[in-house]
Design a protein. Structure first.
Length: 248
């Protein structure tokens, strides 16, 4: 790869603006990194992004501009790697709140990011990943600290959304077969290994809803289908997942 090839490659500019009216822009080093990755075969660039060999800003670029029309294991790997990097970068901002509330903070941040993805508001992540993650986690931390200071019961931390959450589904799925208490993160890890054994859209729906905690509507947006179809896929996939679990 030559520098000339990088110079000839013009990346689509970011178009969102800050509250001060300034258009977001990628740092020059990020644009060079993305241009270099685009010189590679696409599946190789995906693997580099999913394995942490590209910056999180470059990872966001590939997630936004190469969303597949059908299930792609390479894309799923990038998607999960993105949220894993958000959690790793954000955890250090939670050191002064009880550890059992960390998962709640991660959920709040993940829900916010998913809403931005649905609304195509991810320019800020391509401009400055670390800054936006810090802001999101400090906001989540402030909300949790406010709850603690007013001594509301832990059940009050839940969402007002009446839909069953991914965490609730995961807990219900394994409660009868695993009575020992386990963290939600551990259960989700087990679930992802089971999802890998499912085929097609059923596994994809289970990954997004029960593995990553999305609502059916958010999963439908990622899968380019209706939330009704997501519910149908989950109805078929969950018994299969339970059967696989029972055989372990």
């Amino acid at each position: 790869m030559t520098q000339d090839r990088h110079d000839d490659k013009v990346l689509p500019p970011l178009t969102r603006v800050t509250k001060q009216g300034v258009t977001y822009a990628r740092p020059e080093r990020i644009e060079q990194e993305i241009a270099a990755a685009l010189d590679l075969p696409l599946n190789q660039a995906f693997k580099l992004a999913a394995s942490g060999h590209l910056s999180p800003q470059a990872l966001v670029f590939f997630l936004r501009r190469f969303r597949p029309n059908k299930r792609s294991t390479e894309y799923d790997a990038m998607f999960m790697a993105f949220f894993s990097r958000i959690e790793r970068a954000g955890t250090r901002h939670l050191s002064d709140i009880p550890s059992h509330l960390h998962e709640r903070a991660h959920d709040q941040v993940r829900d916010k990011v998913l809403s931005w993805m649905s609304d195509d508001r991810m320019d800020i992540f391509e401009a400055s990943f670390r800054t936006v993650v810090e802001r999101l986690y400090l906001d989540a931390r402030s909300r949790l600290m406010l709850r603690i200071s007013t001594e509301l019961p832990i059940g009050d931390f839940g969402s007002d959304d009446e839909e069953t959450s991914g965490g609730d589904v995961v807990d219900a799925l394994f409660a009868s077969t695993n009575p020992q208490p386990r963290s939600l993160a551990d259960v989700r890890s087990e679930l992802r290994s089971i999802i890998a054994q499912l085929d097609g859209e059923e596994g994809q729906a289970l990954l997004y809803v029960d593995g990553l905690g999305m609502t059916e509507k958010e999963a439908a947006a990622q899968m380019n289908c209706s939330d009704r179809k997501v519910r149908y896929l989950l109805k078929r996939a969950r018994p299969k997942a339970r059967a696989i679990w029972d055989l372990r």
